[in-house]
Structures are given as C-alpha cells and as structure tokens.
Design a protein around this ligand. Structure first.
Ligand SMILES: Nc1nc2c(ncn2[C@@H]2O[C@H](COP(=O)(O)OP(=O)(O)OP(=O)(O)O)[C@@H](O)[C@H]2O)c(=O)[nH]1
Ligand SMILES: Nc1nc2c(ncn2[C@@H]2O[C@H](COP(=O)(O)OP(=O)(O)OP(=O)(O)O)[C@@H](O)[C@H]2O)c(=O)[nH]1
Length: 449
C-alpha cells in the first residue's frame, strides 16, 4: 500500500508553501510574500498528528496562456492533481472568495478527486467561512498555516477523506482512541509536573523550584472512575519578546504541538503570579485551536485564608473580561503539593470534555433560534430590508460548530454573533468551550427580505 499523497493547490500567495513547511517532516519550501515563488512541484514526507503521508507543494495556479511560464507552472499543478489521493485547495481567508477561487474550484472538480477546502490566514477568527460554501466543497477547514491553527481539524478532514484506504495511520491513534487527552500547560514553575504526580500518587515526573525542568511533553495513562485519561505534562511556556510576536516563538514547540491535538487543555496558573499576559496568550491559543479549556489556579496553600474569597472574585472577573469568547470557563483552585482539590480538576475535565463533544438536535436549535431572533431582532438595513437567519444546524463537534443560513450573511455584525453565541451557550449549557458559527448565504423565495 503506497503512502497517501496530498497535493496542496491554490492561487499564488495564499500560503501553500507555508502549509507545506508545517506538514513536511524535513524538506522545506521557501516562503515569500511575492506571488509565484514556487515554480516546480515539491515533495516531502509529511505528518499530521499520527498520520504519515506524502505532501506535494505546487506552483500557484493562474489562468494562463500557452508557452508562458504560468502555463508551465499550471502543467506542474495538473501533474500533482493527477498523482494525488487528496487535493487541498487553499484560499486566502483575508481576501474572501475571488473569481479565481471559483475558477479553480470548478477546475479541480473535473478531476473527480477527493478534496477539501482550506481557508488559510484565519488566525484569531471563527466566522471564517461565511462565503466559502459557494465554492461547493463539503468539507471546509479554517486554518492558519503560519501560526499552526486548525491542525487538529485538518487532521480530521484528511483522515476522514482517506479513511478505509489503508493509509499509514498507526493503530494506536491517540486522537481517535477512546480516552481523554488532557494537556497540562502553563508558564514555567506553575506546578504542572507536581500536579500530575499528585494525580498518580507517584513522584514520576521531575519537579523542582528551578523554572524549565520539563523539556518535552511526557504522556502518562491514567484510569479515573472508569475514564481513561492520557495526561500530558508539557514544558513551561515562557514569554519571548513582545506579546504581539508570533506564538511560534514561545519557547517550546513540543508543548504547542501537544496543545494542538489535545482534547482538554488545563492552563495551570501560579497563584503567586496570577494571570500574566502569557497566561492569556496560552489561553487564547488553546481557544483558537478549538480545544476545550480549564483554568487551574495552583499553590492555593500559599494564599492566606482571609484573602481567598477576594482573590477568587477578582480572578474570575479578570478571566471573564479577558476571555469573553468562552464565557463560563471552569476555574478550579488547588494545591498540587498538598493534594487539595485534585480530583475536582479531573471531574471538571470530564464535564468540559462532554460539553466539547455535545451534539444538539437540529429541531431544538431552530426552536431556540426563532426565540433568540425574536428577543433581539436583527437590525433593519437601509431601505427597510431586514437581514434574516432562517435556519441552523450543528455541523461538527469538538468544538461545537454551527452552520447558519442567512439571506445576507455579510450584514450580520460581530456583536450580533456574540449575542447569539452567548445566548446559545446559556440555553444549551455549553460553558467554557469555543463555539464556532459559520454563516452561509441562502435564497428562499418564500421569505421576503
Ligand atoms: N496572516 C497569515 N499569513 C500567512 C499565513 N500563511 C502564509 N502567510 C503569508 O502569506 C504569504 C505567502 O505565503 P506562501 O506560503 O509563500 O504562499 P504560496 O501560496 O506558497 O505562494 P506561491 O509560491 O506564490 O504560490 C507569506 O507572506 C506568508 O507569510 C497565515 O496563516 N496567516
Ligand atoms: N506551595 C506550593 N508549591 C508548589 C505547588 N505545586 C508545585 N509547587 C512547587 O513549585 C515548584 C515548581 O513545580 P513543578 O511541578 O516543577 O512546576 P512545572 O510547572 O512542572 O515547571 P516547569 O517544568 O519548569 O515548567 C516546585 O518547587 C514545587 O514544589 C503547590 O501547590 N504549593
């Protein structure tokens, strides 16, 4: 059985080479902000999660006349298309759908190959795909090749398409396996290793007052009340340079990688230095990746009894205001050293995991939608036209992702989306997890707008 081949295609400058580099194990392509840098096909052994395959980077597709360089580049791309088992069409999430995207979507379709649409440059955005559905792909994945966002979703999409074809997937696939993968992350010295040691009641992991003891991610299997956990200790993530610098610059890419494929991420915060910017950076990264998040404040034994209530109140307030996109985030106060409230974290992790996996029936969603729209109608547009959302359905779990059909999705504001998400969260009890909305345009002759 040959290794599966995945070809990355798309018009120039959308980020194909950046994605190639992210997936390739060794051979790297040149990334540049000048269009047309990639001229030949490039091959590399690649990996996403535990899945091994061959990736091909192709020259940017352009409609081209014969004999020109662009034409020869196009030939290279066609070769790659013929050879591939799966085509990843990359588009630029900042540009919106361009006529060229439509052209190449149609072009690819003629080859009758399995394909997914990757909307790149989606860092920090969840309402990515408002208009991309019109390109006609059943599977659309928002990613940021540069920041490594969306890799678990990409993994799901690739393996779902190539499944049952005997790919190179390992038997013990940690992502699909039946256990909860919990990554413990945080700044150095927060007490991550001590926490895991206290769960398993064993000094299995090295701990100590020096920052930076854990160098790479370490996995430990653990059974708790019939729940199988994979507990993953990670290197402390130190802030490097200014906050605006890319998260890739965080000290440990291994830790970052563990977060990308986690089910639940515990952000361990040191009660003595609570909620620094770096804690928020990590939290935002986890949310961007669509993982479920749990905040654990450690070293609670060092906070004076009489200070504890005030601390809790202030801390919760800071979390609510700084991470408004995940209202209701669970926060647990523990002492890893004194083994206080340890199981409470595991109980909460199971709850969060279940919320992250929750599927809501379409009929219930639409009952809720009519109610929410009635309570707070969408504003009238110029000329008295009203934007409508007619229907919604949950298209994905892990994290819960919803597709909403509207006559005019571009006119739905971020603040209205926030209203809907917060309301949905409360109505269906989805505290803390990232929720994604994807709007798509629909024409319904029975509804006047
Ligand atoms: N904001 C943002 N920029 C990105 C992302 N991925 C790639 N870029 C930038 O987009 C530009 C083009 O990236 P490339 O990977 O060279 O694009 P390409 O599609 O291979 O380009 P050609 O070789 O011209 O076909 C570079 O400046 C990248 O840094 C992303 O996820 N987010
Ligand atoms: N007082 C107190 N000290 C703690 C607690 N948990 C951990 N510590 C101490 O904090 C220090 C750091 O603990 P570690 O478990 O090594 O921290 P870590 O987050 O794994 O550190 P890195 O590997 O550097 O990222 C050690 O000296 C621990 O004994 C706690 O609940 N209370």
């Amino acid at each position: 059985m040959h290794k599966k081949i995945v070809a990355i295609i798309g018009r120039p400058n959308v980020g194909k080479s950046t994605l190639f580099n992210r997936l390739a194990i060794r051979k790297k392509a040149i990334v540049h902000d000048r269009p047309g840098v990639t001229r030949d096909r490039k091959y590399a052994d690649a990996q996403i999660g535990p899945f091994n395959f061959t990736v091909i980077d192709t020259p940017g597709l352009e409609e081209a006349e014969d004999e020109k360089l662009e034409y020869r580049m196009m030939q290279q791309t066609m070769e790659a298309i013929l050879e591939a088992d799966l085509l990843c069409l990359v588009v630029d999430g900042k540009d919106g759908v361009l006529p060229e995207d439509q052209f190449f979507a149609n072009f690819i379709r003629k080859y009758n190959k399995k394909s997914v649409l990757l909307v790149n440059k989606c860092e920090g955005r969840f309402d990515f795909a408002k208009e991309y559905y019109k390109l006609g792909f059943d599977n659309i994945v928002p990613i940021s090749a540069e920041h490594g966002v969306g890799m678990a979703d990409l993994y799901d999409a690739i393996t779902a398409k190539l499944e049952n074809e005997g790919g190179e997937k390992e038997l013990s696939d940690p992502i699909k396996a039946n256990y909860i993968q919990i990554v413990v992350s945080g700044r150095p010295n927060a007490g991550k290793s001590t926490f895991i040691n206290s769960i398993i009641n064993d000094e299995r992991l090295l701990t100590g007052p020096e920052a930076g003891i854990t160098r790479e991610s370490i996995e430990i299997d653990w059974l708790y009340n019939d729940n199988k956990f994979k507990l993953i200790d990670t290197a402390g993530l130190r802030k490097k340079g200014t906050v605006t610098k890319s998260l890739e610059k965080l000290s440990s890419s291994d830790a970052i990688n563990s977060i990308k494929f986690a089910n639940t991420v515990i952000l361990m915060v040191d009660a003595l230095t609570p909620l620094e910017q770096q804690d928020l950076n990590i939290a935002n990264y986890v949310i961007d990746q669509g993982r479920s998040l749990l905040i654990v404040v450690n070293k609670w034994d060092l906070i004076e009894k009489r200070e504890q209530d005030k601390f809790k109140e202030e801390f919760s307030y800071k979390i609510e205001t700084n991470l408004p996109q995940v209202k209701g985030l669970p926060i647990i106060f523990i002492s890893a050293l004194k083994k206080q409230n340890i199981n409470m974290v595991l109980d909460e992790a199971i709850k969060t995991y279940n919320v992250w996996n929750k599927k809501i029936a379409t009929s219930k969603l639409n009952d809720w939608l009519s109610f929410a729209l009635e309570q707070h109608p969408l504003p009238l547009q110029k000329g008295g036209r009203r934007v409508r959302i007619k229907y919604m359905t949950q298209t994905k779990i892990r994290p819960p992702t919803f597709k909403l059909f509207s006559n005019n999705p571009e006119k739905i504001t971020d603040s209205y989306t926030r209203y809907l998400i917060n309301n949905l969260r409360a109505a269906f009890n989805l505290p803390g997890v990232p929720i994604r909305f994807i709007y798509t345009k629909t024409e319904n002759p029975y509804v006047k707008s």
